[in-house]
Structure formats: C-alpha cells, structure tokens
Write a protein of this length. Structure first.
Lengths: 210, 616
C-alpha cells in the first residue's frame, strides 16, 4: 500500500486532469494540496519513478494506467465516505470532506463496498436526497439539452429567491430545454420555460432522474 | 369600492384591466419606485368601482421592486377584494402565487384566464376543486375573446369573506407557526411570514429566526425552501384536480428557432437592426416634417409679425422648445414604444434577453439591457425610459451611463453633416470607433465599481403570442404623454433661459471669456462654445448654430479639418440633450443624472483636448 501522501497526490492529479483534460502542472498540484511547490516537486518525482505518473512536457504530469487506477479507487472511497458523513450523519459538507480525506487512506476496499451498498439500501432522511450516491456531484451546467434531472441542492439560495418562486427547489424535476455554448440554459419546470444565467445554473446541483 | 388585479406576468391581466376599465386610466408611479401602478374606474349598477392593476409578480416574498410593492399594497388591506388572474395553461405555477394571496385573508375572486388556449391544447378545466378548496368564486375566462369578462365585477362585489384555505406545511413549520402564534398572539399568516423574515415586530422576527435556524439545521434545507416546496406541492395537487385531461398535442415550437444560437442570433440581430433602421428612416422623416412644419407655419409667420425684439426672442425660444420636444416625442418616443410594446407583449423580449445575456454580463448588466442600448442609437430618450426593464438599480445606473453615450440619430446627423461631408468618410467612422471604445471601457469600469448586488438572470420565457394592437397603442400613447408632461416644461424653461442669455448679450461675453480656454484646450474658436451650449437643447442645433455663428454653411472654409473633427467628437460625447436629462432625472434621480452630465462633459473635453494635442 502506498503512503497516504502519495494517494492524496494521485487523487488531486486525477481531479485536476479530469476537470480540464490537460496534464496537471506543478503549480496546480501544489495549490490543490495546499503545499509548497518544492515539496510537491519531490513527491511528484518519486511518483514518476514508481511509475504512477508520467511527464507531459515542462513540469506537467499525467497519470499512467497504474496511477489512475489507484487514484480513482481513492477518489471513490472519498466520495462514499463523504456521502455517508453528510447524508447519513448530517456532518457539515466541508468538515465531511476533510474527515473523508483522513479516513480514505485507512479504510479497506471491502468496507467501502459494504458501506456503499448499505447506503443504496437505506432511505435517506427527507430533504437530503441521495445526491452523491455512486455518481459525482453535477450541476445544471453539466447536463445536455433534453436531459431530465432532479434538483438535489441549491447553493447560494438566499440570493436566488426567485428560483424557489418559479418552482425550482430541491426535489423538483426539471428538463433542460436549451443550452447555449456560452452556458446560458433554459429549463422547463411546471410547464414553464425558465432562462437561467450560467453563474446561477452552476449553483444548482442536480442528479439524474430515476 | 376598490378592487385590485394581481397575477403572474403575462397572464392577460392588463388585457382584462383594459376591458374592464374604459377611459380615465391613470398611470402612476408608486412612491419611491419606478414601478407602475395603473388605476382605472368602471361603472357597475350606477356604482363607481376603482380598479388597480398591480404589476405582474411571481411571489409576494421576493426582493424585487415589484414584489415589494404588491406586498406593501396587500398589507395595507386597502382594497375590498382582490381579483387573482391565473393562466390556466400554466396553472400549477400560477396557483403558487394564488395560494400566497389567499393566505393574506382578503376577500378574493379567482379568474382562470386563457381558457381558449387551454381548449386548443386539449385541456379540460374543472373550476370545482379550486372553488371547494379555497371557498372562493372561480371564473373561467378568455380575455382575448372577451369571454366571461363581464362576470368578474359582479363576482368581486359578491365576494365578502376571505379564503379559508390552509396550506399544509411540513410538521416542523406547523409547530413553529403554532409556537410563534402562542408567543406573540399572531395569526397563521403572520407567523409564516415571520419565519420567512418579514414583519415589523423585532422580537417576533428574532424568535422566528432562532426557530428557522433550528429547522434549517435539521432539514438541511432553508425554511424558505421548505415553505416554497410545500406550497408548490399543494399547488400541484390542486392543479391535478382541476386540469382533467392533458393530451399533449404535437406543437410546433418556435423556440427551437428563436433560442438556438443559429438561427436565433441572426434573427435577434436582424430584429434589432431592422427596428433601428425603421425608426431611423421613419423617425427622421417624421421629425423632418414636424420641424419643417414648425418652420413654415409657426416660426416664419411669428418672425414676420415684427414684434419687439425681447418678445420675439422669447417667442422664438418657446417655439424652438416646442419644435424640439414634439420633434422627439412623436417620431421617436411614439414609434419606439410601439415597437417595444410589440416585442414585449409578443414575448420575444425574453428570448432576446436570453441570447444577449452573456454579452451584457461583461458590462455588468443582464440580457434585457440589449434593448435600451439598441434603442439609444435612434434616440436616447425612449432608451432611458426603457431601462425600467432592468431589475436592479445597479443595472439601471450602468445602463443609463452607457445609453447616454450611444450616438443617437441627432448625433449621427452631426457626424454625417460635419465630419463625413467636410473631413471624410473614414474620419466619420473613426468618430464611431472612438465612441464605441469609450462605451465599452465605461461599461467595464462601471461593472466593477457600481455598488449593488450582481443578479444573474432568472427569467421566465413567457409564451409567444400575438400582441393586442389596442394595448400596444395604449402603452405607446401613455409613454408619449408621459414624455410630453415631464420633458416639455424643462425644455421650455431651458430654451427661454438660453434665448434670454443670448438676447442680453451674456452669450457674447461668455464667448469672450471662454475663447482663450477653448483655443488652448481644443483649438476651437469661442463661438463653438455657444454652439455646444445650444447642442444641449437639441443635438442637431449644435451643427446649425455653428453654421449660423460661423456665418456660412460651408464650414470647411472657416474651420480646419481638425477643428471640425474635434468639434464633432466633443459634441457627440458632450452632455446628453435636455430631453434626455429630464427623463434621466425621472428614472435614476438627480445624483446619477448629475454624475452622468459631469462625466460626459469631462469625457468630451478630455477626448477633444487629447485629439488636439495628439493630432494638432
């Protein structure tokens, strides 16, 4: 088993490369892990030596096959743990994320499997719709035209009172009617079409409809 | 008797209001806001009934100006009954507002409008469940055909008791309502509103906040979200009972054309340019006619009277003001408002705003701002009047700055008449380029520094429909008369003051005083300052005055190309005209108007002197 620092690095690099599709630079890695660039450089070099990472021009690196399987395993553990902490135990989201970061390295694959299937069977308490169960948190912006999704959570709700009044609230099912290349979206809810700016659409967390 | 009409935007409320009231509609601004309130009278069985058309809102608890106004209006309980108008084809969402209004406990009547459209879509509407659940009269109408409209007033007169409906809330909310009720002897409505943060008893609000924080931490949803969800779910139930059959007919969806980037964007640009060209051509033609008419039938006969010089000067000033006012009012304000009303009532405006949203974000506004900015190319006056379309004060401030900088048709006359004909076409385009760059920079800067919260767009795409010609004309007419009432007195006063200054030779003294400065700063002779000053009255007058003062229409002979170019640039940027200032005062208040005036003057002088030093 790898030291937990290494796992954290691989997980961070996975998140960075998934987001942009580009290799992760040393700056990005250092920022993601909240550490110095030099320290990051040393760890990355040893990960390259071990064959988990490969160089991709400049100081940028990307995951090898071996690296990415470890990284996605860790990421999944993180997700399941965070899900359990927030949804089942009601821990605050930020705190849950930090906690999950510590727990993910010590927990066995089997326990994670069991925890995951336990949550799939359990009824989530009302108001906490299973938003991270098995899939990543996605927002309205990640949906395609024609998708039908359920609103799971809204960030910054105090500013967007009008969304509630127009019928967009956690639990409601909406259909994406139009999505422009600049990310403005039109959703259909309660038979009405509502146009939403990208910055607001980004704050609406959704899950795909059963 | 006094009744109020309330409903979501574009449910046909204005149309019903229009059919119920005849003449004597009075549009007034609610004190301290730019939100309009229409009042009208109707006669029923020899009794005069006052009707108030409240602005369309989605909720009584939002934070927009309109929602605040409707909320305050209902809190005053100053009406005998409210008439809630709902669009029956979008019943579920409309019922949400209806339930909120019902909670206020005023006698009410429910009007389910657009029954014709519902029938077309194969919806079967049964007003029974709403009647039973809310205990109020329900009328099914089709305002576009005038069907059942005559039943509204008798029903409102008969409505005496408020709706007794109780929305089933989540049990935590119910418990909170009960305990708040006990603690402060508040009724259900008051307690619910206290939980949402409304009310005027600080102790009660404090207690409600503590309770709602507790509920929030348990539910991981805010109280506002829970209450909204409860209301929506109740609305959903009622809608299910009311709408019997829903056979979704295959409809052609115009939005598949209008809201896609292609061909939506070219259509939007086409409509904007077309609108501009139309008003440009038709407007300047009409304006020319009005100005000419004044010249021939008023100005010349008046001058021919041979009155004493002071009286003549005064008379000419008044005529000039009338000419300027009417020359803007009919061709521009009226034509623009016809077009705007068509765009608004047809529902296209929301599509345009959706498409333009991202571009407008860069300069700190949302998509709706594309309309005033385009209008401004024709005339700044209706453009400023239309910044009401924007929601926040922040956006209105930014828009008013940018709109006053857009070269309107009068300024185009200057650019064409001075720069294009005496300096060259390329130079004329460069004036536009300078102005556009300045507008863009101003927008970018303002979007950073203007205080106020940034609101993204959350906007309902209202259904597309044919606008009602009568309503369109009425709206345009009301805007026209509004403009005449506010702008005319100021125009008259300004013109008379300028005329008198000229008459008593103050202008000549002024010219002498400023000559050294204008020469040093802009390289322009003193009389150009007079021309600039007259440009405040009507922008084209800067050109005309310059020609008169220079003593020749061939300006190229007396002024160098650079001088003409600088004069044009300064005039184009310099203070908006008097008519624009008057509408600015009304829409954004004196402080912002002053700021805009100072900014534009400073910008004009700065750019003018920069050009003088760089090119001279």
């Amino acid at each position: 088993m790898l030291p937990s620092t290494f796992e954290d690095y691989l997980e961070a690099i996975l998140t960075i490369t998934e987001k942009g599709g580009q290799p992760a630079t040393l700056d990005e890695i250092a920022a993601a892990l909240d550490t110095g660039k030099e320290a990051a450089g040393t760890t990355v070099s040893s990960l390259v030596e071990e064959g988990y990472l490969e160089r991709a021009g400049g100081d940028a690196v990307r995951l090898t096959g071996k690296g990415s399987s470890v990284a996605s395993q860790v990421a999944r553990k993180h997700r399941v743990l965070q899900c359990f902490l927030t949804e089942m135990l009601g821990v605050d989201e930020d705190a849950a994320s930090k906690e999950a970061c510590t727990l993910e390295h010590g927990i066995s694959d089997e326990t994670i499997e069991r925890l995951s299937s336990y949550m799939d069977g359990a009824q989530s308490p009302p108001g906490r719709l299973g938003r991270c169960r098995g899939h990543d948190v996605c927002t309205l912006l990640d949906c395609k035209e024609g998708d039908t999704v359920r609103v799971a959570m809204m960030r910054g709700h105090r500013r967007h009172r009008r969304l509630l009044d127009l019928g967009i609230f956690p639990g409601e099912i909406v259909q994406i009617r139009r999505k422009l290349p600049n990310d403005s979206v039109v959703v259909r809810v309660k038979g009405c079409d509502i146009a939403i700016s990208p910055e607001i659409a980004r704050s609406i967390v959704v899950e795909s409809c059963p | 008797m006094k009744f109020a009409l309330i409903g979501n935007p574009s449910v046909g409320k204005s149309l019903i209001f229009n059919q119920l009231t005849g003449l004597g509609v009075e549009v007034s601004n609610y004190p301290g806001t730019t939100v309009e309130l229409q009042r009208g009278n109707t006669c029923f069985q020899r009794e005069i009934i006052e009707l108030v058309d409240l602005p369309g809102v989605y909720s009584l608890e939002g934070n927009s100006d309109e929602e605040g106004l409707v909320r305050r209006f209902l809190e005053q309980q100053d009406v005998d009954a409210v008439i809630v108008v709902a669009n029956v084809t979008r019943l579920e969402r409309n019922l949400y507002l209806l339930l909120q209004v019902a909670e206020y406990g005023l006698p009410m009547v429910v009007v389910l409008n657009m029954a014709d459209e519902a029938a077309k879509r194969g919806l079967e509407v049964d007003p029974g469940p709403i009647h039973d659940l809310l205990g109020v009269e329900v009328i099914l109408t089709a305002a576009s055909q005038g069907k059942n409209i005559d039943r509204i007033i008798p029903a409102a007169l008969a409505a005496s008791s408020p709706s007794m409906v109780e929305i089933p809330y989540d049990h935590h909310i119910e418990a909170a309502v009960r305990s708040l009720g006990k603690m402060f002897a508040a009724d259900r409505k008051e307690s619910v509103r206290a939980l949402l943060g409304f009310g005027d008893n600080p102790e009660q609000l404090e207690a409600a906040r503590t309770i709602s924080d507790e509920i929030e931490s348990r539910h991981r949803m805010t109280v506002a979200q829970i209450i909204a969800a409860n209301r929506h779910n109740f609305a959903h139930k009622i809608a299910d009972l009311t709408i019997k059959e829903e056979t979704e007919l295959p409809q052609t969806d115009p939005d598949s054309i209008l809201t896609r980037l292609i061909p939506g964007m070219p259509i939007l640009i086409g409509i904007l340019v077309g609108m501009l060209l139309f008003v440009f051509v038709a407007g300047s033609f009409l304006e020319g006619m009005i100005v000419e008419f004044f010249e021939v039938y008023a100005m010349q006969p008046f001058v021919a009277l041979g009155l004493p010089p002071l009286a003549e000067e005064l008379g000419v000033s008044i005529l000039l003001a009338l000419q300027a006012g009417l020359g803007i009012a009919f061709p521009y304000v009226f034509l623009f408002y016809i077009i705007i009303s068509v765009l608004e009532d047809s529902g296209y405006m929301t599509r345009a705003a959706f498409l333009a949203d991202n571009a407008m974000h860069r300069v700190g506004m949302h998509g709706g701002a594309v309309i005033p900015l385009t209008l401004a190319f024709g005339c700044n006056v209706p453009a400023i009047m239309s910044i009401r379309l924007l929601r926040s004060r922040r956006e209105r401030i930014i828009a008013s700055f940018l709109v006053t900088m857009v070269p309107c048709s009068a300024r185009t006359v200057i650019i064409a008449g001075i720069v294009a004909s005496f300096v060259g076409i390329g130079a004329a385009f460069s004036v536009y380029a300078i102005v556009f760059v300045l507008i863009l920079v101003t927008g970018l800067v303002l979007s950073r520094v203007t205080p106020g919260e940034r609101f993204g767009m959350i906007m309902e795409m209202v259904p597309l429909r044919w606008p009602d010609p009568k309503l369109v004309m009425k709206k345009a007419w009301s805007r026209l008369s509004e403009f005449l009432f506010i702008a005319m007195p100021l125009l008259l006063a300004g013109s008379v003051v300028l005329g008198l200054l000229e008459f008593f030779g103050v202008m000549a003294v002024f010219e002498e005083i400023v000559e050294p400065y204008t020469m040093a700063l802009l390289g322009l002779p003193g009389y150009s300052a007079t021309a600039l000053t007259f440009g405040i009255l009507r922008k084209e007058m800067a050109f005309e005055t310059l020609a008169i003062l220079a003593g020749t229409a061939d300006l190229g002979a007396v002024l160098s190309s650079l001088q003409l170019y600088i004069f044009a640039v300064v005039t184009v940027l310099f203070v908006p005209c008097l008519a624009t200032i008057t509408v600015l005062l009304r829409e954004v208040g004196s402080r912002i108007t002053l700021a805009i005036t100072i900014y534009t003057v400073a910008l004009g002088l700065l750019i003018g002197s920069l050009l003088f030093y760089l090119l001279g």
